[in-house]
Design a protein around this ligand. Structure first.
Ligand code: PNS
Length: 164
C-alpha cells in the first residue's frame, strides 16, 4: 500500500489541482490531498472551508482522502508513513521554489520522495490567486474551478468586492 500526499494551500482548489490529484491517484494506492498552511500567503478561506471544497472536488476519486494539517509537512509525511509528496509544476518559474522545498523535505524526511507532475497545457496558466482576482471582479471562473465549488468561490469573492 503506497501512500502519497498532495499538499497545498488549495485557496481554493482549481481544476489544475484536481488534474494533479487525479493523476496521482492513478499512480499510488492511496492519496491524501492535504490542506496545509503556507506562511507566505494570506488565505481567503479557512482551512476547514478549503478542505470542504477539496472533498467535493475529489469525491469521484475513491482512493483520495482529504485532511487538514497545521505544522511541518515533513512531520505529517512521517506520521502517516507516506512514501511520496506529489507536486504540480506549471512552468520553469515554479521550479526554483519547488526544488528548494523538495530538498528541505528530503532532509527532514529522507524516506519520502518528492514527485513532480507537469500540468497539462490547458492548466499551465492557472493559479488560485488569479482565479480569486477574476472572481472578485465578477468574471467567469467556471473554466478554472470545479463546478461543485463554483458557488462558494463566487459568494466569498463577490462579497469581498462589495465590502470595499
Ligand atoms: O499551494 P502552495 O501554497 O504552493 O503550497 C505550499 C505548501 C503549503 C505545500 C508549503 O508551504 C508547505 O509545505 N507548508 C507547510 C509548512 C512546511 O512544511 N514548510 C516547509 C516546507 S519545505
Amino acid at each position: 500500500m503506497v501512500k502519497a500526499i498532495c499538499p497545498g494551500s488549495f485557496d481554493p482548489v482549481t481544476k489544475g489541482h484536481v488534474d494533479i490529484i487525479t493523476r496521482a491517484s492513478g499512480l499510488f494506492d492511496q492519496v491524501i490531498a492535504l490542506v496545509v498552511i503556507n506562511p507566505a500567503k494570506s488565505p481567503s478561506f479557512t482551512p476547514q472551508e478549503r478542505a470542504s471544497m477539496l472533498t467535493r472536488a475529489t469525491a469521484h476519486l475513491p482512493n483520495v482522502q482529504v485532511d487538514v494539517f497545521k505544522g511541518l509537512l515533513a512531520e505529517y509525511v512521517r506520521a502517516t508513513g507516506a512514501r511520496a509528496i506529489v507536486k504540480g509544476l506549471r512552468a520553469v518559474s515554479d521550479f526554483e521554489y519547488e526544488f528548494q522545498m523538495a530538498l528541505t523535505n528530503k532532509k527532514l524526511v529522507p524516506e519520502a520522495e518528492t514527485v513532480f507532475l507537469n500540468t497539462t497545457s490547458e492548466n499551465m496558466y492557472l493559479n488560485s490567486s488569479l482565479v480569486k482576482q477574476v472572481a472578485s471582479f465578477g468574471g467567469d471562473i467556471s473554466d478554472f474551478v470545479p463546478a461543485t465549488i463554483l458557488p462558494d468561490v463566487q459568494l466569498r469573492l463577490c462579497d469581498k468586492i462589495k465590502k470595499v
